[in-house]
Design a protein around this ligand. Structure first.
Ligand SMILES: NC(=O)C1=CN([C@@H]2O[C@H](COP(=O)(O)OP(=O)(O)OC[C@H]3O[C@@H](n4cnc5c(N)ncnc54)[C@H](OP(=O)(O)O)[C@@H]3O)[C@@H](O)[C@H]2O)[C@@H](O)CC1
Ligand SMILES: [K+]
Length: 464
């Protein structure tokens, strides 16, 4: 599991350790991990030119101590102090003692090999300040290693108010922060490298499942079970107008993770032709998937499915009929445009603050909300969020959402909670796209077809 904690949680954990350890220990741990990451990025220290951007707080202190370590390894290290007269004094002394130097500005200077962004970390408020904006703009094109977070992003929300640092690598300490997982800030982090500094942390409000977590949650058949004990998922998706959505939704449901798939939508002839294993017609199920390509019938399909009292996945056209709290366990699977319509806001607002809007929708509809995107968010009422980061950009392709809805429905029918079904379903979906595409394009049927391969790899002994 990758856990992302809030600034408040990090500060509380840091406070406990600060009391227990000799002064400066945590910062030395952080700075030494940072220095190793910079050396690794540069492929060595000797002869490399490093520019530190140093703000007024401990984030700047980390940069200065790491700069001292890099200077000791033969790098030419310069520091630009952006915090006015306020700077981490001991860090600066350490840098100067190792032969580093302070520069007054960067205009006209040779561009460095790497910039270390120590402008601001978890103590940052608002975006970058104008002096920092000018410097960052001047250095555009030089790779940046960000200290803790790229300066200018909002650490606890993943929102980005204005100009900010775009890092190639972000070196963070103790735990991930929410900005490392949640877009748009996560896009500015580059590769995130976590340095353990020994913090003892409470459960994380935001997390990202890793392969071993998904493997542990996969529904595996009981040796004494049969198809009904494994669960039956029903699909009410597709219509005369959009028959393909019904087929793709069934493809996602019919990857073998559940004992049986039942289809009760408006594209039964095509579904039956493509999926002879599917039982056509209404009947008992453990979960319904409603709405993908459902057209005008989606509202009726939703009402019928709610009346069955079983857990639901509500997708696409079905979402338009969700107007208040749902009375059954449910997983809603909107993209940003659909979520914007459900909340009565602009799509751009959702894209700028996906975490805030996914959480708001989870509260408003008393359901788990899976907001599709580069980093898909699965938010449950109460605020816990799983982020899926494994999908390649190729997955943004027509019909892939229908496959996802069916896949999540199968997991629900197999007994997973809506939160786990969304987190595991979106992970399998992303991993299947990566597997099927192998670095290249995929289509929605390829994604569904690759799910069993992904599950097989997860269940192989090395993963369990
Ligand atoms: N916690 C831990 O476990 C560990 C933490 N460690 C490190 O400490 C960092 C946190 O340090 P911190 O608390 O000193 O805050 P930090 O981010 O340096 O900034 C605060 C200063 O910046 C200023 N400022 C505010 N907004 C600004 C802006 N937009 N643009 C520019 N300046 C702005 C504000 O001053 P102001 O100018 O507002 O008076 C304030 O003085 C953390 O990220 C990690 O790197 C590790 O060493 C060890 C383990
Ligand atoms: K920073």
């Amino acid at each position: 599991m990758r856990n992302a904690h809030t600034v408040e949680q990090v500060r509380a954990a840091e406070g406990l350790l600060l009391d227990a350890l000799p002064e400066g220990t945590l910062m030395r741990r952080a700075a030494s991990g940072l220095a190793f990451a910079v050396l690794d990025f540069l492929g060595g220290g000797y002869g490399r030119r490093v520019l530190l951007l140093v703000g007024s707080g401990d984030n700047g202190g980390d940069a200065l101590y790491a700069g001292a370590a890099l200077a000791r390894r033969g790098a030419g290290v310069e520091a630009l102090l952006l915090g006015g007269d306020t700077v981490h004094r001991r860090g600066l002394a350490a840098l100067l003692a190792e032969g580093g130097r302070v520069v007054a500005d960067v205009a006209g200077a040779h561009l460095p090999d790497v910039v270390v962004d120590g402008i601001v970390g978890i103590g940052g408020q608002g975006g970058l300040r104008p002096d920092a904006v000018a410097v960052v703009e001047h250095l555009r094109g030089v790779p940046v290693v960000a200290v803790d977070v790229p300066s200018g992003v909002d650490v606890d929300t993943g929102e980005v108010a204005g100009p900010h640092v775009e890092a190639a690598v972000t070196v963070t300490f103790g735990t991930h922060k929410i900005a490392h997982l949640v877009d748009p800030a996560a896009r500015a982090c580059g590769a995130v490298h976590l340095v353990d500094i020994g913090l003892d942390l409470p459960p994380a409000p935001v997390l990202a499942l890793q392969a071993s977590d998904v493997a542990a949650l996969l529904p595996v058949p009981d040796a004494a079970g049969h198809k009904y004990t494994r669960g039956v998922v029903g699909v009410r998706a597709g219509s005369a107008q959009y028959p393909g959505a019904g087929v793709l939704c069934v493809s996602g449901a019919s990857t073998g993770l559940v004992g049986m798939v039942r289809y009760d939508g408006g594209a039964d002839a095509l579904v039956h032709a493509c999926h002879p294993e599917v039982v056509v017609g209404a009947g008992q199920v453990q979960a319904w998937v409603v709405g993908s390509g459902g057209g005008a019938d989606a509202a009726k399909a939703l009402a019928r499915s709610r009346a069955d009292g079983v857990p639901l996945v509500v997708d696409a056209d079905g979402l338009a009929a969700v107007d208040g709290p749902l009375d059954v366990p449910a997983l809603l699977t909107p993209h940003a445009g659909e979520l914007a319509r459900m909340l009565g806001v602009d799509r751009a607002e959702v894209e700028a603050a996906p975490l805030r809007h996914a959480r708001a929708a989870a509260e408003r509809f008393a359901a788990v909300v899976l907001l599709k995107g580069r980093h898909t968010l699965v938010a449950e009422p109460g605020g816990r969020v799983a982020v899926t980061t494994v999908a390649p950009p190729w997955l943004a392709t027509a019909g892939s959402g229908d496959v996802l809805a069916g896949l999540c429905g199968a997991l629900l029918a197999a007994g997973l909670t809506p939160f786990d079904a969304g987190a595991v379903g979106s992970w399998l979906h992303g991993a299947a796209a990566a597997t099927a595409g192998a670095g290249g394009p995929v289509t929605a049927p390829d994604v569904a077809a690759a799910v069993p391969t992904v599950c097989r790899a997860l269940l192989a002994p090395s993963h369990v």
